[in-house]
Each structure stands twice: as structure tokens, then as C-alpha cells.
Design a protein around this ligand. Structure first.
Ligand code: GCO
Ligand code: MN
Ligand code: MN
Ligand code: MN
Length: 386
């Protein structure tokens, strides 16, 4: 039970299980899984695929011959295991040239290189059949607002994404782009810090239909926001192209914890949202094992992410089938309005009916809503006593 299968569409970044446990204060504590090792390990655990930044696979200074060798070894591992590469992305944050951003840098030389590097990462992703291209602008931000005009930065961001959409069209790549917001880290303040801000940017693009979002649990929570709500808005907009699952305590540094390891209730409602609304995209874990772990710990970490998702999925089923909960929900959500002609859409009839509406304000205001009982039942499901 709770054994992951390909149909569950679980994916991991090469950078997640490849993480050697380095942090700003300390050296690596383990050897991360190399790309080929990661493919074999994840396939054995029942994952569907792996995703990568260009430089997770091919080092930035690789010669063409090295690139070819790496690509062919990686391809062989994928063929041997049947693992897929559904998503590709680009590192516009590691190399010193990006210290003040890529697409939004003040320096046009850097901006041009960032776009060129992204095109090459798109080419690389396509060699492995990637369909989604994630753009995370980790360095697109500032510490010194005097130095960069934020309106200009927004324009440059748009210009770069427009260019990349045209490139994808010109090459017949058919990519869907997924923009990933984060409020801070590594910059003090990152532009377009929330999923909602990204949705706003998308509506100003030349090809909004090609671009959606890649929300991440940790990123919304670092900002103290409700991730479930952010994902709901993206779903409603038809823009949930990808999702980064992990966990995070609010107000901390970027922790990248195992999915469901901290905010179990919010994780439950997230899984409920994805399952109830039949999200068909990849379930991507963007997290890494604690720095206390060796390679066996990394395997435990990888298994744990998937298992917790599957357990929560079962809890969702239980919640949806629970008679008492459903009766309560019927009571809470099934209220009737007795106002013929009014349907919440503006029309002459609707308007006329609404103008004549009389409500017993005091009585409705005094009705209890029963959320305490509902929430307690939810907790009892999560704690396994129902
Ligand atoms: C982070 C981000 C990254 C991105 C990745 C994909 O906090 O570092 O979540 O892991 O998801 O770069 O573009
Ligand atoms: Mn992150
Ligand atoms: Mn991170
Ligand atoms: Mn991420």
C-alpha cells in the first residue's frame, strides 16, 4: 500500500536528490546522486520522471565532446529505466554573471546571454522530450532599489519571456512555460514575488496562452501566504501548468523540506484541491534531504515525499466519502436563496429582483456555521482516528 506507480506522475529534480547538503554555513556532507544514479534510484522507487536545469546535467563549462558524452549516458539511463523528462529549466542564478539578475539585469550583455542560455536549455530539454519549461527568476530582484528601476525590470522580464515564446514557436517546440514565483532568497526581494503577481504578468504577455505558473509550497509560505489559495487561483485561471511540492515553516530561510513534513493540514487541502479538480500535470518534488542525511537518508527522503502524497490522497477519499462530513458540508454550503428572478448575473430582471430583496439580517447574522465541528472532523481524519 502507498507504493508509487508511474501513473501517479511523481517527478524529482536532478538538483533535489543530487543535493550534497551544502548550505551557506557548511560544506557538503554527502555525495549527491549523479544524474545517471538519480535516474536509476528514482525509477526503482516508482517515480515517473526527472527534471533538470541545463547545468544539473551539462556543466556550464563543458566542451562539446563532454556534452555529447553526458547526454548519451543520461539518455541510456532513461531508456533502461523508462523514466521521462517532462520538464526542463535553466539556471540563471548560479554563475557570477547573474549576480544582479538575468532577464532583468541592468546590463544588456547579461540580458542577451540570459536569453541565449535559456534557448540552449530549451534545446537540451527538447532532446529529452520535455513539454514544460519552468522559469524561476531567483536572481531577478534587488537589495538596492536605487540601482534598478522596478518598472524597467518588469518590462525586461516581459520582453525576455516574449522572446522565448517566439523562439519556442519558431522551433515548433510546443513548450508550455511555467513561471515560478518566490518572495526572497537568494535576493533580498525578488520581482513578481507571488503566484498571483506572476498571473498578473502573464496577462500582459504577447502569448499568454503559452505561459502559466509553477507555484511552490515553500515560496508562498515563506511569505506567510496560503498556498492552497494561490493554487486555487491558478487552477481557476487555467494556469496551473506545473507544481513544486515541498514543505516549509513560515518566516524561516528556504528549507525545502520533504512534502507534508511540516504543514500537514495545508498539505491535505492542497492534495484535495489537486485531486478534486483533477489536476493532470506533474507532481514535482522540489525539496532535498536534511543535511543530517547520508545517501540512504536521501532515498528515505525521496520515498517519503511520494508516500505522504499517496496517504493524503487516501485521506481525501475518506473525507469525501465521510457521511457526517458530507452532511455538514451540505448544511454549510447548501443554503438556498428564495428570490425568484435573481441569479447573481447582472440583467434587468436580476436587478429588479435584487432591489426588492428583504433579508432578516439579524437572524442570518446570528446563525452558527458549524466550522468548529467540520474542522475537528478533518483533524480526526488526519490523525487517523476516524
Ligand atoms: C528554489 C527554487 C528552485 C526552482 C528551480 C526550477 O527555491 O531554489 O524553488 O528550486 O524551482 O530552479 O527552476
Ligand atoms: Mn524553492
Ligand atoms: Mn530552494
Ligand atoms: Mn521550485
Amino acid at each position: 500500500k502507498f507504493i508509487p506507480k508511474k501513473e501517479d506522475r511523481f517527478t524529482f529534480g536532478l538538483w533535489t536528490v543530487g543535493n550534497p547538503g551544502r548550505d551557506p554555513f557548511g560544506l557538503p556532507v554527502r555525495e549527491g546522486f549523479s544524474p545517471v544514479e538519480a535516474v536509476h534510484m528514482l525509477a526503482e522507487l516508482g517515480a515517473y520522471g526527472v527534471n533538470f536545469h541545463d547545468n544539473d546535467l551539462v556543466p556550464i563549462d563543458a566542451t562539446p565532446a563532454e556534452r555529447d558524452r553526458i547526454v548519451s549516458e543520461f539518455r541510456r539511463a532513461l531508456e533502461e529505466t523508462g523514466l521521462k523528462v517532462p520538464m526542463a529549466t535553466v539556471s540563471l542564478f548560479t554563475d557570477p554573471i547573474f549576480k544582479d539578475g538575468g532577464f532583468t539585469s541592468n546590463d544588456p550583455r547579461v540580458r542577451a546571454y540570459a536569453i541565449q542560455k535559456t534557448m540552449q536549455a530549451m534545446d537540451l530539454g527538447k532532446e529529452f522530450g520535455a513539454e514544460t519549461f519552468v522559469l524561476w527568476g531567483g536572481r531577478e530582484g534587488s537589495e538596492v532599489d536605487a540601482g534598478k528601476d522596478a518598472v524597467e525590470a518588469t518590462k525586461r522580464y516581459r520582453e525576455a519571456i516574449n522572446f522565448l515564446c517566439e523562439y519556442s514557436i519558431s522551433q515548433n517546440y510546443g513548450y508550455k512555460f511555467a513561471l515560478e514565483a518566490k518572495p526572497n532568497e537568494p535576493r533580498a526581494d525578488i520581482y513578481m514575488p507571488t503566484t498571483g503577481a506572476m498571473l498578473g504578468l502573464i496577462s500582459t504577455l504577447d502569448h499568454p496562452e503559452l505561459v502559466g505558473v509553477n507555484p511552490e509550497v515553500a515560496h508562498e509560505r515563506m511569505a506567510g501566504l496560503n498556498f492552497y489559495h494561490a493554487v486555487a487561483q491558478a487552477l481557476d485561471a487555467g494556469k496551473l501548468f506545473h507544481i513544486d511540492l515541498n514543505d516549509q515553516k513560515m518566516g524561516r530561510f528556504d528549507q525545502d523540506l520533504r512534502f507534508g513534513s511540516d504543514g500537514i493540514k495545508e498539505a491535505f487541502f492542497l492534495v484535495k484541491l489537486l485531486e478534486d479538480y483533477n489536476y493532470q500535470g506533474m507532481l514535482h518534488f522540489d525539496a532535498h534531504a536534511l543535511r543530517t542525511e547520508d545517501r540512504q537518508g536521501v532515498i528515505e527522503f525521496a520515498k517519503g515525499n511520494m508516500k505522504t502524497y499517496l496517504i493524503l490522497k487516501e485521506k481525501v477519499k475518506q473525507f469525501n466519502e465521510d457521511k457526517e462530513i458530507q452532511a455538514l458540508l451540505q448544511e454549510i454550503q447548501g443554503k438556498k436563496l428564495d428570490l425568484p428572478g435573481f441569479d447573481f448575473k447582472f440583467s434587468a430582471d436580476s436587478l429588479k429582483a435584487l432591489k426588492g430583496y428583504e433579508i432578516d439580517r439579524a437572524a442570518v447574522g446570528a446563525e452558527g456555521i458549524n466550522y468548529e465541528r467540520l474542522d475537528q472532523l478533518t483533524i480526526e481524519i488526519l490523525l487517523g482516528v476516524r
